[in-house]
Ligand binder design. Structure first.
Ligand code: FEO
Length: 196
C-alpha cells in the first residue's frame, strides 16, 4: 500500500462531498408546503390586523400583529430545518389574502377555522414523517404539535368571548379589550388573573 506521505497527490485528495442526505424528497416537499402555509398564516394575520386597526379595534389589531410575527417565526423554523437537513427551503410567494371583513366576530371565526386547518396540516406532516421513518423530522415537529394546541385554544377563546359578552351596546368595545388580554392565556395565566 502506498502511504499518503509517500504520494503527495494522494495526501491532497479530499474525500468526495456528496449531496446525500436523510431528508427524502417527499418529506422536503411536505415541509415546503408547510412553509407556504405558515407564510400564508402570517399574511392572513397581518391583513386581519390591518382591518382591525382601520376599524378602530386597537387591542385586536395588536394581538393580530403579534401573531403575524409568530407565524413568520414558525415559517422560519421550518425553513432553517429544511436547509440544515441538506434540503432546499423554498421562499413562498403569497397571493389571495383576505383583506376585508364584515365584522370583528368574522375575523376571529375565520382565524379559528384557519388554525384548525393548520393543525390538520401539522398532523399530516407528523404522519408523513413517521411513515417515512424520518424520526428527526418527527421529533422536530413535536414543537408544532404543542404550539397548535395553544393556538387553537386561543382562537376558540376569542370566538367564545363574543358569545359571553355579547356585541350590543359597549359589547364590542369590551370584546376588543378582552381579546387584547388573550395572550395571557397562552402563557399559563388565567383570564381572571391580573398578570400582565
Ligand atoms: Fe403556525 Fe398558527 O400556525
Amino acid at each position: 500500500m502506498i502511504s499518503p506521505q509517500k504520494h503527495p497527490q494522494m495526501a491532497d485528495k479530499k474525500p468526495n462531498v456528496t449531496l446525500k442526505r436523510s431528508l427524502t424528497d417527499s418529506m422536503q416537499e411536505s415541509l415546503n408546503a408547510q412553509i407556504l402555509m405558515e407564510a400564508r398564516s402570517s399574511y392572513y394575520y397581518l391583513a386581519a390586523a390591518s382591518w382591525c386597526e382601520k376599524e378602530g379595534y386597537e387591542h385586536s389589531a395588536k394581538y393580530l400583529y403579534k401573531h403575524a410575527d409568530e407565524e413568520r417565526e414558525h415559517m422560519l423554523k421550518i425553513f432553517h430545518y429544511v436547509n440544515e437537513a441538506g434540503g432546499h427551503a423554498i421562499a413562498p410567494s403569497i397571493t389571495n389574502i383576505k383583506h376585508k371583513y364584515d365584522s370583528l366576530r368574522q375575523v376571529f371565526e375565520h382565524i379559528l377555522e384557519h388554525e384548525i386547518g393548520v393543525t390538520h396540516a401539522i398532523n399530516e406532516l407528523v404522519d408523513t414523517s413517521f411513515s417515512l421513518k424520518d424520526f428527526a423530522t418527527f421529533q422536530f415537529l413535536q414543537w408544532f404539535v404543542t404550539e397548535q394546541r395553544e393556538e387553537e385554544k386561543l382562537s376558540r377563546r376569542a370566538v367564545e368571548i363574543f358569545d359571553i359578552i355579547g356585541e350590543k351596546g359597549q359589547g364590542l368595545w369590551l370584546i376588543d379589550k378582552e381579546i387584547g388580554r388573550l395572550d395571557q392565556l397562552a402563557h399559563g395565566g388565567s383570564e381572571g388573573s391580573d398578570k400582565k
